[in-house]
Design a protein around this ligand. Sequence first.
Ligand code: F6P
Length: 370
Amino acid sequence: MRVGILTGGGDCPGLNAALRGAAKALIHEYNAEVIGIEEGFLGLIERRVKPLSYSMVTDILDQGGTILGTSNRASPFDWKGKNVAQEVADYYNELGLDCIVSMGGDGSMTMCYEMSKYGMNFVGVPKTIDNDLASTDRTFGFSTAVGVATEAIDRLQTTGKAHKRVMILETMGRYAGWIALYAGVAGGADIILIPEFPYHLDEVIDAIKQRHAQRSFTIVVVAEGARPVNGEAIISKAKVEGAPDPIRLGGIGMYLQKQLEDAKIESEVRTTILGHIQRGGTPSAYDRIFATNVGVYAASLVAAKKYGRMVTVHRGHMNSCKLEDVAHNVKHVPKDNMTLISALNMGINFGDPDLKIPLDSLEDDKINMG
Ligand code: F6P
């Protein structure tokens, strides 16, 4: 077997662990020849690959980033205004590849699905700090991002308390609120605003007033994709050339700060945008293990010729789904998510007065640990 590996989209802690797992298993267990494709789909467009040996993927388990490089703006369907999909497929055939293991988020999985129509074989590996890939309960990178955001909240707690301020933390996550929700609960936030539930400003102000009557400082975690009711998500860049999703979100933290200041709330407000710090650096132990597992499992799918599929984990079990189930899809935080339910039942405010999920309204086995 001759198998390509690429890491596509935004980088993410655990990418090296996943590619190490896939490459080692392909070489050790399946005696395959492994070819590293540089910078995701860009390497296929620009014809840049290198052989990967067993020793080349050692000592990278704990490293952030990706030894192959990545790009989240290299779509073969819109490369400098041209469709180069056929050229990419020709290059794949020239390389004599049986399959490409593609480690990416929904943009990469969508490209794999579309490129498979040109006769290329892919096995997907679910990567993104956002945890927003459909058909899988978890993506690697998420645990690390939540850890980083939680540490940021811990630090905002002490300075917020010292100055009696409202401290806003803006997290990443695109159109889903996973990072904000999980870090918000882990860090003991008072208010969590996520895209799934557009917020009412009055409700947020009331929650701050109630909180200040008791504790005099408030921690607000807001996901970059959150928006007020009757408002839109805030966009920081509207057209990233060549990107499967050309929109970059960002700015809701400062927008909310201004809304609160305009409403003349008593306390000072400060905003921290966590940004790419969530994506860089050492993966957590959980992400190293999870990434290793999905990488090795991907190798077994390649060996079994189960192409056109992405590795998934569902209710603690390894499986795979069709790439088309992931393409053009977003996994939002569902209302049966236990972390959301815990937050609500403890009185954490989501800016939505109608959002109530009593635990006894759900059957035991129907609650999702997510
Ligand atoms: O998908 C991962 C992610 O980090 C999102 O959370 C964020 O919106 C986006 O990528 C940022 O992309 P870029 O690296 O292009 O700024």
